[in-house]
Design a protein around this ligand. Structure first.
Ligand code: 13P
Length: 335
């Protein structure tokens, strides 16, 4: 088990974070089409490999989460996971198969993918993965998340995490409370606390070794339609308080999702969280959109400019890594 703990620490320590490049084909297609790039096997690989071979991989990124399509792809007969680990970065894989409507609800979702997971994990391990991700997703409204959504998703997260550790990999456990809605930060704080507490109750019940787990939560933010005005200081205080109260001390680290925040907001908030972090948890990033957005836009308009695209990505990753150390400053964004 100490091996799992060292993998987790390798991924998230010294300001390193996770590049979440595990968009499903449907989501990646949306992202590519939003910048007028045709989505196919080659274009998806081409863009992702530009990031995977950027300099930032060696200094900022500790782990990359891949999608099933990508972990099976090669460049000049070299597996993508080998390209990633050659930069001393740990390859990871999303293993859930997506969130579907809960049978007892019309709007809430349950994440699927447990059937056959033990076998799939063996294959992913052979393909080089050493950590995994599973995302549960919750909406906030007057009656959501419901007890049934919290209970079923927490149970699934724990079953997933237990199987992943059995297979010798570190589970990233992601109970995401969405930013969508008009709720305020207090409500986000209450609901996120409830969801995280229940998640750890199930992980403990199912004997998951907490030292070999990374938690991937949302920050505590008002809903996107809320009128509440809140600054990074308040966001960081609420986020840290929520995590100290809900996460067992054995957990080595927390890697936030960006969840629809802009690149700037996700960086500024992470920086303030690290300036104020009075817990023993390492607090870093596991960003998808907040690491890739600018690079994707640049690449869409300059598809032959690999170096230029990598420079955009390197800058973003560097800003996030500074934020993970509490050393980021607004002025650095201009360089
Ligand atoms: P975002 O940072 O774009 O929210 O993506 C992170 C992620 O992996 C969601 O599951």
């Amino acid at each position: 088990m100490s091996e799992l703990n060292s993998i987790a620490i390798k991924i998230i320590s010294s300001g390193k974070g996770i590049l979440a490049a595990d968009e499903s084909t449907a989501t990646m297609t949306k992202r590519l089409e939003s910048v007028n790039v045709v989505s196919n096997t080659e274009s998806r690989l081409k863009f992702r490999n530009i990031l995977f071979s950027a300099d930032a991989m060696k200094v900022c990124v500790g782990g990359v989460i891949l999608y099933d399509e990508t972990i099976k792809q090669t460049i000049n007969s070299t597996l993508i996971s080998k390209i990633i680990s050659s930069s001393d970065v740990v390859p990871g894989i999303k293993v859930d198969t997506g969130a579907k409507i809960l049978s007892s609800s019309t709007e809430e979702k349950i994440t699927e993918g447990l059937d056959g997971l033990r076998e799939r994990l063996k294959d992913y391990y052979k393909l080089g993965a050493r950590f995994t991700k599973w995302r549960a997703v919750y909406k906030i409204s007057n009656s959501f998340p419901s007890k049934v959504a919290i209970s079923t998703n927490s149970h699934a997260l724990a079953r997933y995490a237990s199987l992943v550790q059995e297979a010798g990999m570190v589970p990233v456990v992601e109970p995401e409370v969405l930013m969508d809605g008009n709720h305020d930060s207090k409500e986000c704080y209450q609901k996120t606390s409830e969801v995280i507490k229940k998640c750890f109750e199930e992980l403990i019940l199912q004997k998951v070794d907490l030292k070999g787990v990374i938690l991937k939560p949302n920050m505590i933010l008002p809903g996107t339609k809320s009128k509440e005005e809140i600054d990074p200081e308040q966001i960081s205080e609420l986020t840290i308080k929520c995590l100290i109260e809900s996460v067992p001390k054995e957990v080595p680290g927390i890697a936030f999702l960006s969840g629809g925040q802009s690149e700037f907001q996700a960086t500024e908030n992470l920086n303030m969280i690290n300036l104020k972090n009075n817990s023993n948890f390492t607090m870093t990033y596991s960003y998808g959109r907040a690491l890739q957005q600018s690079a994707l836009k640049y690449w869409a308009n300059n598809q032959d400019d690999i170096i230029g695209t990598q420079e955009v990505f390197n800058h973003r990753a560097k800003m996030c890594t500074l934020a993970a150390k509490g050393q980021w400053k607004k002025e650095l964004e201009k360089n």
